[in-house]
Design a protein around this ligand. Structure first.
Ligand code: CU
Length: 68
C-alpha cells in the first residue's frame, strides 16, 4: 500500500474539501483520502491510479497534480 500526495487547487471552503474527499474516495483502490484546504492538497491512501485521482478531482471542478 502506498500514499499518493496531490496538490489540489481551487478549493475555497470546507464544502470543497468534502467534495474533493468524496471524489477521491470514489476512485477504485482508494481506502482513504485526507484533504486539506490550506495548503490545498490531499494524501490518498490505497493503490489508485494517479491519473484517475486527478480526473476525479477535475470532474468536481477543481484541479490537481501529483506532488512528490
Ligand atoms: Cu467550497
Amino acid at each position: 500500500m502506498s500514499d499518493i500526495k496531490l496538490k489540489v487547487t481551487g478549493m475555497t471552503c470546507e464544502h470543497c474539501v468534502r467534495a474533493v474527499t468524496k471524489a477521491l474516495e470514489s476512485v477504485p483502490g482508494v481506502e482513504k483520502a485526507e484533504v486539506t484546504l490550506k495548503p490545498g492538497g490531499a494524501v490518498v491512501h490505497g493503490e489508485a491510479d494517479p491519473e484517475q485521482l486527478i480526473a476525479a478531482v477535475r470532474e468536481e471542478g477543481y484541479d490537481a497534480e501529483v506532488q512528490d
